[in-house]
Design a binder for this molecule. Structure first.
Ligand code: URP
Ligand code: ZN
Ligand code: ZN
Length: 444
């Protein structure tokens, strides 16, 4: 992420053996990638594959989701294993291994989402660390997963004892409920009401509260899917006081704006995700934050539901399952609209998609860098190749794309996963060679 240069990469047994100019190796198979760009395999630190939620299950599971991920240049997804209320963390982890093991076309790891905090679960944190889980997820919203402020405080403080941390979904749940009741009374139940009951101030308030909680716990914390200026300012204010706060955003918040909710009929349901899509001015704030190194990573919050599933909320937007697909398009979108259009440099792209998530989530330098000794996870981008995003040509189990019609300049050409060519000419050529990655403690 600090410099780009022209080099040969020699891989052996799944590992990068050497990086340098004019490397010679008699028996090596040679791929001529002159004029192409090599990135360390992208890491997506925020996916929900095979997640049961809103009386349904995400359209993409580990099989289709990781196929989509790897053709998009992602060689490691870190999915949110989720504890249901009443479950132990070990049960949740077992469930997630059952969902994922043997099905993945890129490498995979898990965070653990804690939904039920008690003394038993407190005792399981170290078990999770032994299983390779060094980051956790906490929700300040969603009835099935919400923790109250005291619980947030206790978990955040406990995790810090072991140099672990949590990513937190920040929105004020109680106020959202009140705004929903109000909308219901007014008969405003279309998908265009979704962003109105989840305004930016409610995200900002939750970020502020989280900062207070983390300060009290004297512990680091992460804000996941940061969307808007108001919330960003709260985060920056906490950093100014010396707090360690990490931040993540996603392409949908960088590239879409709230005009999507003005689309006809039920179209707007495609964009029902939480927090919702914000304003154009927020996009600018987020891009600038990436440039300035204030946002450490761009993940996807992949959580896909087909239009048929979204239909469950045709009469009542609160019944629309929240989320959208994203793993397949993150790399090409960040390259085209970030690097090509001059919003960020290619080195910054490398940082937010590869190096920083590797450091944050404890897989660096095994992943996140092209250097000798690292896993040979390499993405090759053809910077001139043009394309257009369309659900019709994607790998997802999906009937729409939130980025339908977005043109691309810069497409994924090849992907090596631990030295194996798994994507060639933009197509998946080898399936299900992904392995579980046990993670270490963070290095950022
Ligand atoms: O709408 C969203 N983002 N669904 C996925 C779950 C979450 O909040 O991260
Ligand atoms: Zn969330
Ligand atoms: Zn999420």
């Amino acid at each position: 992420g600090n410099r780009s240069w022209k080099a040969d990469v020699l891989m052996e047994d799944g590992i990068i053996y050497k990086v340098g100019e004019n490397l010679q190796q008699e028996e090596a198979k040679v791929y001529d990638v002159t004029g192409k760009l090599l990135f360390p395999g992208f890491i997506d630190g925020h996916t929900h594959l095979d997640l049961e939620v809103s009386n349904t299950v995400t359209a993409d599971d580990f099989e289709t989701g990781t196929k989509a991920a790897v053709v998009g240049g992602t060689t490691l997804v870190i999915d949110f294993a989720t504890q249901n209320k009443g479950e132990t963390l070990k049960e949740a982890l077992q469930n997630w291994h059952k969902k994922a093991d043997g099905k993945c076309s890129c490498d995979y790891a898990f965070h653990m989402a804690i939904s039920d905090w008690n003394d038993y679960v407190r005792g399981e944190i170290q078990d999770m660390i032994r299983e390779g889980i060094t980051s956790f997820k906490l929700y300040m919203t969603y009835p099935a997963m919400i923790l109250n402020d005291g619980e947030l405080y206790e978990v955040i403080k406990e995790l810090n004892k072991y140099d672990c941390f949590a990513g937190v979904h920040c929105e004020n749940a109680d106020l959202i409920d009140a705004l929903i009741r109000e909308a219901r009374k007014a008969g405003k139940l279309g998908p265009d009401t979704h962003p109105k009951v989840r305004p930016p101030q409610l995200e900002a308030e939750a970020v502020h509260r989280l900062m207070t909680i983390a300060a009290q716990a004297e512990a680091p914390v992460m804000v996941v899917h940061l969307t808007c200026e108001e919330a960003y300012e709260e985060l920056i204010a906490a950093r100014a006081k010396g707090q360690t706060v990490y931040a993540e955003t996603c392409p949908q918040y960088l590239l879409l704006d709230d005009s999507v909710y003005g689309k006809d009929g039920f179209e707007a349901a495609k964009y029902v995700c939480s927090p919702p899509i914000r304003k154009k001015k927020d996009q600018e704030v987020l891009w600038k934050a990436i440039r300035e190194g204030q946002i450490q990573t761009v993940a996807t919050d992949q959580c896909s539901f087909t239009m048929k599933q979204k239909e469950m909320g045709r009469e009542d937007f609160t019944k629309i399952p929240n989320g959208m697909p994203g793993v397949e398009t993150r790399g090409p979108l960040m390259f085209t609209y970030g690097v090509r259009e001059g919003r960020i440099s290619q080195e910054q792209m490398c940082k937010v998609l590869s190096e920083n998530p590797a450091k944050l989530y404890g897989v660096y330098p095994r992943k996140g860098v092209i250097q000798s000794g690292s896993d040979a996870d390499i993405v090759i981008i053809d910077p001139e190749k043009e394309g257009v995003i369309s659900a019709a040509t994607q790998m997802y189990n999906m009937d729409y794309s939130p980025f339908e019609g977005f043109s691309l300049r810069g497409c994924i050409e090849k992907v090596f996963l631990r030295g194996r060519l798994v994507v060639d000419g933009g197509r998946l050529v080898e399936e299900k060679t992904g392995t579980y990655i046990a993670r270490e403690k963070r290095q950022l």
